[in-house]
Design a protein around this ligand. Structure first.
Ligand SMILES: *[C@@H]1O[C@H](CO)[C@@H](O)[C@H](O)[C@H]1NC(C)=O
Ligand SMILES: CC(=O)N[C@H]1CO[C@H](CO)[C@@H](O)[C@@H]1O
Length: 544
């Protein structure tokens, strides 16, 4: 009442104000009406508001404008909710992490791509929670007598948790427990067993780490295509980025690996799925192997090969061990679709999600649905089974789906950050390159010249000279090696690369000279542009 009186005084004075107020009231009434209609027409979603029909979700905010019914609610459309493709309820996503890094990694996964996978499990080496997600302890069923002394770290974690000491490694006080690497190798087999036990009917199981990102929307058409060629229940699949160690092929864990139900059935026969004696035997055998082995993904590869008779298939670059700035771009991947990314920092994970959102809105693929998809699927009342797809979906032209490609990632993240023109060197001479000091563009990963390598017979003079100075290394790339598009120099090391890598700053503080010590990277600008043009010609178009 107190507030209303000055307003009513001025209302009496100004008929114009009254008119405006009436128009405002009518407007908000109709806004309210049309919004509540869209809201009720919607199929209620099992995946929570915003996950399926994000742009139609209505958010109620309170403002001071008085509505016709005496309430003061005004409805606004929130357009900042994520856009998502069809949810993948026939896929289980299993995330492996450790107690000292879980809080710096997993929450951002849960906030970004994870909701596209309604069946997600999180495993650590300590039972805990993130928000409403239960985090299971992957080591709970590991046989201590087989694992040996390494398990002391696991007990230490429990002790620290019980005593209320900090577990995260931010201040470096975790010592040997840092990243829990010693424990990590025991997790893969128990996680595999439990993931299968929890969802024995799923067509696919994707296993990733806490620092793995998925370009989640690419996965639905990918799994559709795969399911047409290999029935997920009868034709075994174990795909990933293959690594080899001691002649054992395995899917590299950080890059993520995909296993279908058929492959899991070969490892654990259906009638043994809840046979504790059998599962204990299986776990013991591979815990024993893990104790003398380096890594859990290798142990899993061995189990799949030995027991299931399924050897991993190398499906790089879909399964990717690097992230946007550390990937070597080349014709071999430029036009390929991205499945996973690895070594993703939390802030990069957000950017990768923003990138996926940007692309989905741009291509309109957020609205793409498989043929045979119904309102029932959309609302979550009926499950989409990749093992039993409708006939329309089996014959659908998947080429019409616009995947998100490495090219798009290059365009979105890198193109605008790249120097466009060659620069002058410190001594004033014109270079063919643009360079960055204190920067690592990872050229050394391709061909690195160093003092040992130049001793080899047949080494040419320019190769020997390349390790002597930054200038020589640059000239080796610009003049002598015609395939070279970027170089990296650091005290006695010269890297020359025919692939493009953006890289990153090695250190943020310090002097120019200190940065120089860390390394200098250069790109041969014209050559790089023409190479990118060449690679792009196989998949014309840009993200813009
Ligand atoms: C475990 O290893 C033993 C000895 O090699 C073998 O006989 C047994 O079949 C294995 N069990 C499982 C479940 O892998
Ligand atoms: C960040 C990064 O990958 N840095 C690398 C730079 O190059 C040297 C070799 O020249 C590597 O040892 C670093 O790890």
């Amino acid at each position: 009442m107190m507030l209303a009186s000055p307003a009513s005084n001025s209302l009496r004075r100004s008929p114009l104000l009254v008119c405006i107020l009436i128009v405002l009231c009518l407007q908000s009434y109709y806004l309210f009406k049309s919004d509540s209609q869209t809201a009720t027409n919607r199929v209620p979603s099992r995946y929570g508001p915003g996950s399926l029909v994000a742009t139609e979700t209505v958010i109620v905010t309170r403002t001071a404008v008085v509505g016709p019914s005496g309430t003061n609610a005004v409805l606004q459309k929130d357009t900042n909710l994520p856009v998502r493709g069809p949810p993948m309820s026939d896929v289980v996503l299993s995330i492996k992490t450790g107690a000292t890094v879980i809080h710096s990694r997993v929450p951002i996964q849960l906030l970004t791509f994870v909701p596209n996978f309604p069946n997600t499990l999180v495993y650590s080496d300590l039972k805990s929670k993130i928000g409403d997600y239960q985090v299971a302890d992957a080591l709970a069923r590991v046989s201590a007598d087989e694992a040996g002394t390494t398990l002391k770290y696991w007990r230490k974690l429990q002790e620290i948790q019980a005593q209320n000491d900090g577990l995260s490694d931010s201040d470096g006080k975790m010592g040997d427990l840092k990243e829990g690497w010693a424990l990590d190798k025991f997790k893969n087999i128990p996680i595999l067993i439990e993931t299968y036990q929890k969802f024995p009917g799923a067509s696919y199981y994707i296993f990733i780490d806490g620092d793995t990102s998925l370009i989640s929307s690419n996965w639905f058409p990918y799994l559709m295509d795969l399911s047409r060629k290999h029935d997920p229940v009868t034709s075994p699949i174990y795909w990933g980025s293959m690594a080899l160690l001691n002649n054992v092929p395995f899917g590299h864990g950080g890059s993520g690996y995909l296993i279908n139900q058929a492959a899991l059935r070969k490892l654990i026969p259906q009638d043994k799925l809840y046979d504790e004696a059998f599962l204990l035997d299986l776990e013991r055998n591979y815990t024993k192997l893990a104790a003398s082995s380096c890594c859990g993904d290798l142990v899993l590869g061995q189990a799949m090969t030995d027991r299931a008779g399924v050897t991993v298939k190398h499906k790089w670059p879909w399964y990717q061990g690097e992230t946007w700035w550390s990937i070597p771009y080349h014709e071999s991947n430029f036009c390929s679709a991205i499945g996973t990314l690895h070594h993703v920092l939390a802030e990069d994970m957000q950017e990768i999600w923003d990138f996926e959102q940007y692309m989905l809105k741009k291509t309109g693929m957020d609205k793409w649905r498989p043929d045979g998809w119904t309102e029932q699927h959309e609302g979550g009342f009926k499950e989409w089974k990749f093992s039993n797809m409708p006939s329309e979906a089996r014959s659908q032209d998947l080429k019409k789906y616009q995947d998100i490609l490495f090219r798009d990632m290059y365009d979105y993240f890198i193109a605008r950050k790249m120097p466009k023109e060659a620069e002058k060197d410190d001594d004033g001479t014109m270079m063919m390159s643009a360079k960055r000091v204190g920067w690592d563009n990872r050229s050394w990963k391709e061909a690195e010249w160093n003092k040992d390598k130049v001793k080899k017979e047949g080494t040419q003079d320019w190769q020997k000279d390349s390790i002597l100075s930054e200038k020589n290394c640059r000239i080796a790339c610009e003049v002598h090696d015609k395939s070279c598009i970027q170089w990296y120099y650091r005290d006695g090391i010269c890297g020359l690369s025919p692939k493009f890598n953006y890289g990153r700053r090695l250190r943020n503080d310090g002097t120019y000279d200190e940065w120089k010590q860390l390394g200098v990277s250069g790109w041969v600008v014209d050559r790089l542009q023409s190479k990118i043009g060449e690679w792009r010609s196989k998949c014309p178009g840009t993200y813009a």
